[in-house]
Design a protein around this ligand. Structure first.
Ligand code: HPA
Length: 255
């Protein structure tokens, strides 16, 4: 078994992994509060895994009420050495239609009012981390390579725009985001990526496009349409995760 402990944070539509053999469920506590729910620990394709449903299970916590700081701290306490985040997103880029998968390389943060740092002068002394490249390039490439091995097409790049939610956006908000360079829009990508960097844990995201963003298709966005895409799409995401873990286990020395 590899010495890496891969934490997977599941978003909307991924509240259970199904693949791993779960051996424990931890009700972790941190000095910054409790994570969204129990953190499952187990083994999947030769890798040690942790799994946390970001919105709780059943899905209940809205994006702005998630205790991102506690979630990541709890995963670190349980030994996470890498974090793969799964995010359901809207597609802005013309090639990011429903059902498409992207491994974003950049992020723009439009959220507000979230506890977004450990270096707040209370929990830890003020510090300024580098976030030039918000996602870990090695981990991104591991996800991309795994998708390639199972012939699952995906976009290797994407600029993720993180919005406050829980409402979806207006057409002009999406137009503005497109002008800013966003390819994808979601509500949970930040401050998660920044917090992982603050903790020094390599972090990457696997995004499933579940709807064209506002104004990018005729008519309104419905939850029915999103649910239909989630069902098949998250299975593709699970397949990529399973192959990623198996690739990591093969490339690691035995413990
Ligand atoms: N906007 C913001 N977040 C989302 C969307 C969207 O269109 N779809 C899924 N998450």
């Amino acid at each position: 078994m590899s010495s890496e402990v891969i934490a997977i944070i599941g978003g909307t539509g991924l509240t259970q992994l199904e693949g791993p053999q779960i051996t424990a469920a931890h009700n972790a506590e941190t000095p910054l509060g409790n994570p969204s729910g129990p953190i499952e620990a187990g083994e999947w394709n030769g890798s040690q895994v942790l799994f946390l449903a970001r919105h709780g299970h059943p899905h209940a916590l809205p994006p702005h009420k998630i205790n991102y700081r506690a979630n990541l701290l709890a995963l670190q306490q349980l030994g996470a050495t890498k974090i793969i985040a799964v995010n359901a997103v809207g597609g802005i880029h013309p090639q990011m239609g429903s059902g498409k998968i992207s491994v974003p390389h950049q992020v723009i943060d439009y959220t507000w009012g979230r506890e977004g740092t450990y270096f707040d002068g209370e929990f830890r002394p003020l510090d300024h981390i580098d976030l030039t490249h918000p996602y870990d390039e090695t981990l991104r490439q591991q996800l991309i390579a795994a998708a390639g091995r199972i012939s699952q097409p995906l976009h290797e790049f994407g600029v993720y725009g993180a919005t406050q939610g829980p409402r979806l956006e207006t057409i002009e908000e999406i137009n503005r985001m497109e002008n800013d360079g966003c390819d994808l829009v979601g509500m949970t990508g930040m401050p998660e990526a920044a917090l992982a960097r603050e903790l020094g844990i390599p972090y990457a995201s696997l995004c499933l496009v579940v709807n064209p963003a506002a104004g990018k298709s005729d008519g309104e966005i419905t939850m029915d349409e999103i649910r239909a895409v989630l069902r098949d799409g998250m299975q593709k995401v699970r397949d990529i995760l399973a192959e990623t873990l198996s690739g990591m286990a093969d490339s690691q020395p035995e413990q």
